[in-house]
Design a protein around this ligand. Structure first.
Ligand code: FO1
Length: 340
C-alpha cells in the first residue's frame, strides 16, 4: 500500500510518527508532501521550518516540547547575533539547527534543488518516510496586515524574496502591508489586524519531482491535522497539486485539526478567522470541500466530541484525535485509512 500525506507544522510532524508506525505494521510506503510556505531566508540562510520539524521529529532529534528545532539545543550564535544587534532577533536559530541551514544553503547555492537537498539531509536522520517539499520553487506565505511603521522588520522585508515582490507589499492601497508569515506568527503571535494570506509564487511554482507521481500512484491520500490555512492550503496552491489530488485515483481522507471548536495547538483559530471560516471540524471540512463537489475530501475524520459534524457529500467518522502518544496516533491513522 502507498500512503501520501499532505502535511505541515508541528501537528503534522507528530501525525507522521503514527503514519510511519502504521505503515511499518501493514507494510506500506509513505510519502510526506511537506509545506514550504513557512520558509524564510535570514542571516543569509534558507530555513525550512516544516521540512525540519518533520525530519527532526521522525529522526528523533526534535525538541519534544517546542516541536520545532533540536532537542538539547544551545543558543550561543543567537546570543552573539543579538549582541551585534543583527535583525531579526525574534526568530531563534539554535546552534545545532544552524548546521542544517548551513548545509541546506550551501547545497542550494551549489544548484541542488530543494527536494535533493531534503533527501541528502534526511540521509542522516533516516525519517523512515520519503520527505518531499511541495515545490522546489519559491513559495512564501505573506500576511497582509494593516500597515504600522514598526512592522517592516528590515532583515526580513529587505531580503530579496520579499522586496522582489514589492508589488505584493505595495499592491495594497489604504494602509495595508505584507509581512512574512514568520514575522506574523513568531514576532506578533498572529495578534495583528490581519486582512488575508498571500502565497507568493504559487502560480508559477511547480510540484517538486515525485509529488504528482506519488499522488497519482497512491492508494490513499491523507490530509494531516495541520493548520488548514497556512500549512495545507499553501501545498494545494502549488499549480498542479490540488488537481493531482482531486483527479487522482486514491480516496482522500482528512483528519480534523480542530477538536471541540479549538485547535489542539498553534493558532489555527486565528488563521481560520482571517479567512472567515468557522473554527470547527465542520468549518474546516467545508473549507476542504467534498471531492464530488470540486473539493478534496472523500472522508473526514473528526474527534468524538464532534461526532455530529456534517460535511455535505463527505463521509464523516468520529475517533479519538488527541495524539497523546504514538499508539493513539496509529489508531487515528488506522481509522482514516479504513475510511478510505
Ligand atoms: N517558532 C517560534 O515561536 N519562535 C521561534 O523563535 C522559532 C524559531 C524557529 C527556528 C527554526 C524552525 O524550523 C522553526 C522555528 N519556529 C519558531 C517555529 C516556526 O515558526 C513554526 O514551526 C512553523 O513555521 C509553523 O508551523
Amino acid at each position: 500500500m502507498r500512503i501520501v500525506v499532505l502535511t505541515g507544522g508541528i501537528g503534522g510532524a507528530r501525525f507522521l510518527l503514527g503514519v510511519r508506525a502504521y505503515a511499518q505494521e501493514v507494510g506500506a510506503e509513505v510519502t510526506a508532501v511537506v509545506n514550504v510556505g513557512d520558509d524564510l531566508r535570514l542571516h543569509g540562510l534558507r530555513v525550512c521550518p516544516d521540512l525540519d520539524s518533520v525530519m527532526y521529529t521522525l529522526g528523533g532529534g526534535a525538541d519534544p516540547e517546542r516541536g520545532w528545532g533540536r532537542t538539547g539545543e544551545t543558543w550561543t550564535v543567537k546570543d552573539e547575533l543579538a549582541a551585534y544587534g543583527a535583525e531579526p532577533g525574534w526568530f531563534g536559530l539554535g546552534d545545532k539547527d544552524l548546521a542544517t541551514h548551513l548545509v541546506r544553503t550551501t547545497m542550494l547555492d551549489a544548484g541542488y534543488p530543494l527536494h535533493q537537498v531534503t533527501e541528502a539531509l534526511a540521509t542522516r536522520w533516516q525519517p523512515g518516510v520519503r520527505l518531499l517539499p511541495a515545490t522546489n520553487d519559491r513559495l512564501e506565505t505573506h500576511v497582509i496586515v494593516s500597515a504600522r511603521s514598526e512592522l517592516a522588520s528590515p532583515a526580513v522585508t529587505n531580503n530579496a524574496a520579499v522586496t522582489n515582490d514589492a508589488a505584493v507589499t505595495n499592491g495594497f492601497g489604504g494602509g495595508q502591508q505584507a509581512i512574512h508569515f514568520q514575522e506574523w506568527w513568531v514576532r506578533h503571535r498572529a495578534q495583528l489586524p490581519t486582512h488575508r494570506f498571500v502565497f507568493v509564487g504559487a502560480e508559477a511554482a511547480k510540484p517538486a519531482p515525485g509529488v504528482a507521481e506519488a499522488i497519482a500512484e497512491a492508494d490513499v491520500v491523507l490530509i494531516a491535522p495541520s493548520n488548514p490555512v497556512v500549512s495545507i492550503t499553501p501545498i494545494l496552491a502549488v499549480a498542479g497539486v490540488r488537481e493531482a489530488v482531486t483527479t487522482g485515483p486514491a480516496p482522500v481522507v482528512g483528519v480534523s485539526p480542530i477538536i471541540g471548536g479549538a485547535p489542539v495547538r498553534g493558532m489555527a483559530d486565528r488563521c481560520l478567522a482571517v479567512v472567515g471560516v468557522e473554527c470547527s471540524a465542520a468549518g474546516v471540512g467545508q473549507l476542504y470541500g467534498a471531492r464530488t463537489a470540486g473539493g478534496l475530501l472523500d472522508g473526514w475524520l473528526v474527534a468524538e466530541e464532534d461526532a455530529q459534524t456534517v460535511v455535505p457529500q463527505v463521509t464523516v467518522r468520529a475517533a479519538p484525535l488527541r495524539m497523546t502518544d504514538e499508539a493513539a496516533t496509529v489508531a487515528m491513522v488506522r481509522a482514516a485509512v479504513e475510511m478510505a
